[in-house]
Every structure is written in structure tokens, then in C-alpha cells.
Ligand binder design. Structure first.
Ligand code: IMP
Length: 428
């Protein structure tokens, strides 16, 4: 029975909610396996709008078990803040499971994220400032705090002392900030212990048992392929594995159990933060995409950088993730353009390069080679069958499919949940 991985194919904000909605009631578990509250999605249920950053979207669906797995970094304050916001609106959040092995984002991670970015100046990553990088750095450095540590005060104190030892020197001597007291951090974390205890589980065991029992499990990746710490545009990436491989390490479910890998890809491209983005537009076309697509960050409110569709990026995502289906989103945003350029390859210092270059310098120099497609003017937001799309819109989708390395199984044609054209069932 299906274990489905859902990831972003570009630099994030592809609109994964569209694909989640499509799977809807067929899913029993929704698992967040990487990242933390750097993500942001707005979910609309009925006439209610919910902004989630940390909680998996499944929290809003009755009967679904939402899981925060071991690969996630958890800001516990944010966790309870989001849970309280939902309970105050009458939602039952009691099904949530949190991995005992997930790492915790503390006050010192948030502080370090912000001061480091400031220190980097022009070289900054443009992080969300939520402490994600410093928390993962501690995990890899083996000085992280895990959820399970919160239930043993002695261990917790020792670990926080160990982590703050060097960090306080850095904060005081390099960044000229005040030292952070061990007690302050320990007491803050302990204050959540009683509320946290009932949610904490061996989520790897739970998920494997669920799959054994024939349940459908959706693994929802935060961020996206080009922000993956191994496969993205390093160092302008997030600090976790946002690609499909991360679903295995980040959850304790083995790679050979995954049946489908669905990648969400926008009909154009956006990016927040710094780093290479070959098809980025600095003219009125970029403004057109930003305004029509409402491209402003859910987490930070920053205007997103906008550009044309990049086929080598989609192909790269298909390869790295083993994509079985693409969900193409926001096709309607392109309505009204006379022609739509698509990047089919790059010119790197006078040489045509068909795939994403492995060298960072080459990628910085990559100039897109465009092929132009004729646009359409008809409103497509009400279209529900592929054949009913304007001929030029159909041709655009088929051209992208040919270039992008996997079938395009569904197409988002408007902001409403129902505004989607399905070409192939995502689970078969
Ligand atoms: P961090 O994840 O806060 O460390 O930020 C690292 C990079 O990833 C920055 O460029 C962020 O803008 C970007 N990023 C993090 N989360 C998201 C997301 O959910 N959507 C898009 N970009 C993101």
C-alpha cells in the first residue's frame, strides 16, 4: 500500500497544498520529515484560513494522523502556539505524534541564526531567521537537544551546558551579545514537558506498522529540491534534505517502501533569499508574475524573486527525487502573456549546457537559453478537463512535460482548492 513522497521541485513555495488536497481523504498519515517552522503554508478549509509553519497540513483533516518525524527541528514554543491557535478555533489536534528523536530549536539557535546573518552582511543566505541552520549544525556536531531529553532534567541540563559552553563565547566575544543562561533555557524547555509527553512516540515504528497494516502515508517535504543541503544551490540552501531521500532518513521508513514520488512544480519559478536563479526577471514580466501569482513569503512576507520556467531544474528534480508525477501549479498566473519563454538549456561562458551545472561558479554564470511559446488570454480558472484548456495552454503543458523528465499528472488552474485539472491518478 502506498507510501507517497511529496516534494517541491524548485526553490520552494510551489504550492504543495494543491497536491495534498488532491490526495485528501485517501491519506491516513501525513508526515513532516525535514525542516522546521521555516516553511509556511496557508490552508483553506471551508471559509476558514489557517497559516501553518511547523505543523503538517494533515492536522486539519479529520481522521488523519499528523506526524513530526525525527528529521524535523522543532521549535516547541511555535509548536504550542500553532496548536493553541487551532484548538481555539475548535479543531481537535490530539492525534499529533512527535518523534522522540526530533531535535529542538532553542532560544540560542534563533539568536545565532540572526546574528550570523547580520555578520555575513553581503554574503548572507537570507535565512528565515528561525534558528533552522544552527539547530541542524548542533545535530551534526552532536551537541543537539532532542525531544526525549526534555523528559530527563539531568541529561537536559548537561546537554544545554555543553551546547552553550562554546556558543556563549561566540555570542559575547564575536557578536557582542549577552551570554545565555543555562537555567533560562532548561526551565523554558522543561515548562513544556507535561504537555509534550502524550504526543511523543517512536514515530518510525508507528509509521512502519501503519504501512504494514495497509495504511496510506504521505511524506510531505518542506522547502524544495534546489534548497536541499546536498543537492541544492549550496551554500544558498536550507540545512536539511528536502529531496525524496530525506523522507527515508527523516522518518525511519526504508527507501524500498516508497511507492510514488510526486513533485510540485510551478508553471514559472520563484525563489526567496539569496543564491543563483538563472531565469530571474528584473523587468515588468517579473512584476507581472509577482503581482498575478501573489508571490510574497508566507513566513517572512518578503517579495519572492520571480522568473520563467526552468526545464533543466525540473529535469534535475525528476532525476534526484525519482519523480513519478509532477503537479504543475499556477498555470493561470500566465494567462494574458503574449508569449511565454521557457529555459531549455544554459549558456555558460559561451558553451551550451543542457543540465544543471555541477560547479557553483558555472551556475552563477549560467544564462538561460529560451524557447518561446505562444500565450493565451482566456480565463482558465474554471477549467477542469485538459481538453478544455486553450490550445496554447495545452501545448505549453505538453512542452513542459516533454522537457521535464516525468508526466504532468495534475495542473493547478486557480487559487481555489477545486481549481485543478487531473490527467492521471496520483496513486496509480
Ligand atoms: P533557512 O531554512 O531559514 O535556514 O533559510 C535558508 C534558505 O532557504 C533561505 O534562502 C530561505 O529563504 C529558504 N527557505 C526556507 N524555507 C523556505 C520555504 O518554505 N520556502 C521557500 N524558501 C525557503
Amino acid at each position: 500500500m502506498p507510501a507517497i513522497v511529496l516534494i517541491g521541485a524548485q526553490w520552494g513555495d510551489e504550492g504543495k497544498g494543491k497536491a495534498t488536497d488532491l490526495l485528501g481523504s485517501r491519506v491516513d498519515y501525513v508526515v513532516k520529515f525535514n525542516g522546521g517552522n521555516n516553511a509556511g503554508h496557508t490552508v483553506v478549509v471551508g471559509d476558514q484560513k489557517y497559516a501553518l509553519h511547523l505543523l503538517p497540513s494533515g492536522i486539519l483533516t479529520e481522521g488523519v494522523v499528523p506526524v513530526i518525524a525525527n528529521g524535523v527541528v522543532v521549535d516547541i514554543e511555535v509548536l504550542f502556539h500553532e496548536l493553541e491557535a487551532l484548538t481555539s478555533r475548535g479543531l481537535d489536534v490530539s492525534r499529533l505524534l512527535v518523534s522522540a528523536n526530533a531535535h529542538v530549536i532553542t532560544q540560542y539557535h534563533r539568536t545565532l541564526d540572526k546574528v550570523t546573518e547580520r555578520f555575513l552582511g553581503k554574503r548572507q543566505i537570507g535565512t528565515t531567521g528561525r534558528g533552522i541552520g544552527p539547530a541542524y549544525a548542533d545535530k551534526i556536531n552532536r551537541v543537539g537537544i532532542r525531544i526525549q531529553d526534555i523528559f530527563d532534567e539531568n541529561i537536559l541540563r548537561q546537554k544545554v551546558e555543553g551546547a552553550l559552553d562554546i556558543k556563549n563565547h561566540i555570542l559575547v566575544k564575536i557578536y557582542n551579545r549577552r551570554a545565555i543562561a543555562v537555567d533560562e533555557v532548561v526551565e523554558d524547555l522543561l515548562s513544556y514537558a507535561d504537555r509534550l509527553r502524550p504526543m511523543v512516540a517512536d514515530t518510525g515504528l508507528e509509521l512502519n506498522r501503519a504501512l504494514d497494516a495497509g495504511k496510506t502515508v504521505l511524506f510531505e517535504g518542506g522547502q524544495a529540491t534546489m534548497l536541499d543541503v546536498d543537492h541544492g544551490t549550496y551554500p544558498f540552501v536550507t540545512s536539511s534534505n528536502a529531496t525524496s531521500g530525506g523522507a527515508a532518513t527523516g522518518s525511519g521508513v526504508a527507501p524500498n517502501r516508497f511507492d510514488r514520488v510526486i513533485a510540485v512544480v510551478k508553471a514559472y519559478t520563484t525563489r526567496v533569499g539569496s543564491g543563483p536563479f538563472p531565469t530571474e526577471l528584473f523587468d515588468e514580466s517579473g512584476e507581472f508574475l509577482r503581482a498575478n501569482g501573489f508571490e510574497f513569503g508566507t513566513t517572512t512576507g518578503r517579495p519572492r524573486r520571480c522568473g520563467w520556467y526552468d526545464a533543466p531544474v525540473a529535469r534535475y528534480a525528476a532525476r534526484i527525487n525519482g519523480v513519478t508525477d509532477f503537479v504543475l501549479t499556477k498555470l493561470d498566473v500566465l494567462t494574458g502573456l503574449a508569449t511565454i519563454p521557457v529555459c531549455v538549456a544554459y549558456d555558460v561562458d559561451g558553451v551550451r549546457v543542457d543540465e544543471v551545472p555541477v560547479s557553483q561558479s558555472d551556475y552563477h554564470h549560467a544564462v538561460p537559453i529560451y524557447e518561446e511559446f505562444p500565450g493565451w488570454t482566456e480565463d482558465i480558472t474554471g477549467v477542469r478537463a485538459f481538453e478544455d484548456l486553450p490550445a496554447n495552454a495545452q501545448a505549453y503543458v505538453l512542452a513542459l512535460e516533454k522537457m521535464s523528465g516525468s508526466r504532468i499528472s495534475a495542473i493547478g488552474v486557480g487559487p481555489d482548492r477545486e481549481a485543478i485539472v487531473v490527467r492521471h491518478d496520483l496513486l496509480t
